[in-house]
Design a protein around this ligand. Structure first.
Ligand code: AMP
Length: 216
């Protein structure tokens, strides 16, 4: 399978479509946000600094991200292909990723931009609650999987938590960071001839369009 890079603003549905692709095609989902959130749980100065950058919605320094990505890409479970969700996030990272690919002898694959209007993203972020047991995503504002009981998971009855960076202020920073730092990657990958752009209002439709791209 061709590797996939997902480029999208926060809450455009990268995680949701990645899960659908993992279930149907056996891709490995590599989310740098998830990796960094795990690293931030370590109870030392480094973990604390990371946690506060994440909470503010700021990008983590490139060196830390490179180390995490290189470590993950050196693992032996990627032969079916992988989805990069959240990396690269700026031009420096994209250039570094080209270098990493050369070193590990892998192909870039396809780059998919998911497009969603800012107002939709804001509701998805500020109303998003995730089950601490099964990981199911709920939303109190969009009408998609509204919790039937406040704070309780519809699927398994687990406790719903809000990510620390899923608040209005952090969203504004993350969205602006996307426009300033990540959006230039669209031109970068367009010039390489590997970019496809799709609207991502409905995960099922988005998934079908992605299937058409990867099976092309
Ligand atoms: P995400 O889960 O992709 O929305 O990422 C959550 C947060 O993790 C971001 O707001 C950044 O603070 C951090 N992050 C994730 N990926 C990267 C990256 N490639 N470079 C720098 N920071 C990142």
């Amino acid at each position: 399978m061709r590797n996939i890079i997902l480029i999208a603003p926060p809450a455009a549905g990268k995680g949701t479509v990645a899960k659908l692709l993992v279930d149907k095609y056996g891709y490995v989902h590599i989310s740098t946000g998830d990796i960094l959130r795990d690293m931030a749980k370590v109870e030392n100065e480094f973990g604390k600094n990371l946690a506060s950058l994440l909470q503010e919605g700021k990008l983590i320094p490139d060196d830390i991200v490179y180390e995490a990505v290189e470590k993950r890409l050196s693992m032996p479970d990627l032969s079916n292909g992988y989805i990069l969700d959240g990396f690269p996030r700026n031009l420096e990272q994209a250039i570094k990723y080209d270098e990493i690919l050369k070193n590990i002898n892998r192909d870039l694959g396809v780059v998919i931009e998911l497009k969603t209007p800012k107002e939709v993203l804001e509701k998805r972020i500020t109303g998003r609650y995730i089950c601490s047991d099964c990981g199911a995503t709920h939303n109190t504002l969009t009408g998609v999987n509204t919790p039937k009981v406040d704070g309780v998971c519809n699927e398994c009855g687990g406790k719903l938590n809000q990510r620390k960076d899923d608040n209005y202020e952090s969203f504004q920073v993350r969205y602006q960071t996307y426009l300033d730092k990540t959006y230039p990657l669209i031109d970068f990958y367009q010039e390489k001839g590997v970019l496809s752009s799709i609207d991502s209002y409905q995960p099922e439709d988005t998934f079908k369009e992605i299937e058409a791209i990867i099976n092309d």
